[in-house]
Design a protein around this ligand. Structure first.
Ligand SMILES: Cc1cc2nc3c(=O)[nH]c(=O)nc-3n(C[C@H](O)[C@H](O)[C@H](O)COP(=O)(O)OP(=O)(O)OC[C@H]3O[C@@H](n4cnc5c(N)ncnc54)[C@H](O)[C@@H]3O)c2cc1C
Length: 416
């Protein structure tokens, strides 16, 4: 049986790996000249089950108002006449209640913990190298309110199977001595030892290589134009180079997924949310952090990827605009330099921007659509790298008619 996966980001490629192991004849199509070259290219690198909480929280509407119009704000919302953004925002706001936050976090956490386990298995089975770092993630806090919130959240996370330790300022310095380099005060932190970090792009390339060796066909440099349906089923995908016929189709086009589905009357509320990263060479510098860090109050994350330091953050609601605003990238670089003054060669940092495929409730969309042979595995927002293995296995199980090992019903498109 033939499966065609649309999109060779980390999500589509990992699903291809699982589907081919299940025995399907898999083809993956992507417009880029290799795998992982869009949002999966230079993300924050964190496998952060501990950070499964979506962005829609009771505090966020006030923060959006506070940051409105500030060029260097962590979250930049462009008020513009975009009906798609308005509809998405209303749905986002309806998720900003404590009850929704609790439920959405729980659903994400279940998938993220499962995914973290599977990623370890993939590593063991394939022996691939992607600058993995298994020292966990340290979340640091600089003000009493966020630290207190983190302490109570940590207790809940622990009950839900995400091991963690609340640390004093001094214990944070013991775990990551490079934090002492800055005069910016840290009150304390939470360490989640089972979280990880690694280069999502290197992983995607490696998993594509392995999938390709076991028979998956990757068609690059090919832009998908539309899906053709007949008798209530999709029978082929039309591209700028030709057509691809298959029995089953899986959409994993990241932020571009809704555009392909719209003509089929499938409304997928995924909005592109722009983020930035900077990558700093660390060779010859001794004081780059060795552990992955989330600086909660500055809304940025750090991951050590071999001899590079990746720093990522910010969110901008500006549609499909992929232009790199140097001021926003530099704001991240400046924060990194202030925190780790001897952490790398800041003059030779490279800047990147990508579009997170974000749903209003912060959960991915995984499963069947109203069209029998059309599946979705997309909308992973801030957690696509964290969840790629779990989502890939779940979609493979759903397609093959096997019960997924976790309850994936909350990720269906029908919830919208
Ligand atoms: C700044 C930033 C930091 C992040 N940090 C983290 C992190 O630390 N941890 C984490 O878990 N997640 C993180 N993320 C989120 C994560 O990167 C994404 O969720 C993930 O990359 C999404 O993967 P994807 O495969 O769904 O999308 P993509 O990687 O965008 O893949 C979609 C693919 O579809 C292809 N495509 C689109 N349209 C077409 C078309 N018409 N024809 C052919 N091909 C097409 C594209 O070329 C692309 O390769 C971060 C994101 C950003 C922006």
């Amino acid at each position: 049986m033939k499966v065609c996966i649309l999109g060779a980001g980390v999500v589509g490629t990992t699903a291809a790996y699982y589907l081919s192991r299940t025995g399907y004849n898999v083809t993956v199509i992507d417009r880029q000249n290799g795998p992982g070259l869009e949002t999966s290219f230079a993300n924050g690198g964190q496998i952060s089950a501990s950070q499964s909480a979506p962005w829609a929280t009771p505090a966020v509407p006030f923060l959006i108002l506070k940051w409105l119009g500030k060029e260097d704000a962590p979250l930049l919302y462009h008020l513009k006449a975009d009906p798609i953004l308005w509809r998405w925002s209303i749905s986002f706001l309806s998720n900003c209640t404590s009850a929704r936050l609790r439920q959405n976090t729980l659903n994400n956490l279940k998938l993220a913990l499962y995914s973290r386990e599977l990623l370890r298995k993939i590593r063991l089975e394939t022996e691939i190298n992607y600058d993995v770092n298994t020292r966990g993630i340290l979340q640091i806090y600089r003000n009493t309110k966020t630290m207190d919130g983190a302490v109570s959240h940590a207790a809940r996370l622990d009950q839900l199977g995400c091991r963690n330790r609340v640390l004093s300022q001094n214990s944070c310095f013991v775990l990551e001595p490079a934090l002492k380099e800055s005069d910016k005060e840290i009150l304390g932190g939470v360490h989640t030892p089972d979280d990880e970090s690694g280069d999502a792009y290197a992983f995607t390339c490696e998993i594509a290589r392995i999938a390709s060796n076991s028979g998956v066909s990757f068609r690059y440099d090919e832009t998908i134009q539309h899906l053709k349906s007949q008798n209530g089923q999709i029978h082929c995908v039309k591209t700028d180079k030709g057509e691809c016929y298959a029995d089953i189709f899986v959409v994993s086009l990241g932020s571009y997924s809704p555009l392909l589905l719209k003509p089929l009357n499938i409304k997928l509320p995924v909005y592109p949310t722009k983020g930035y990263s900077v990558t700093i060479p660390t060779s010859g510098r001794n004081n780059a952090p060795g552990i992955s860090i989330t600086d909660e109050d500055n809304k940025i994350v750090y991951s050590r990827l071999g001899n590079r330091l990746r720093v990522a953050g910010t969110a901008e609601f500006a549609g499909y605009d992929t232009k790199l605003n140097e001021n926003r990238a530099r704001a991240i670089l400046n924060k990194a330099q202030a925190q780790f003054p001897n952490g790398g060669d800041f003059n030779n940092a490279t800047f990147w921007t990508g579009l997170r495929p974000l749903t209003p409730d912060g959960m991915p969309v995984i499963g069947k659509t109203s069209i029998k042979n059309l599946y979705l595995n997309t909308g992973h927002g801030t957690l696509g790298w964290t969840m790629c293995a779990g989502s890939g296995k779940v979609i493979s199980d759903l397609i093959s008619g096997t019960s997924p090992e976790i309850d994936a019903s909350s990720f269906r498109i029908e919830r919208f």
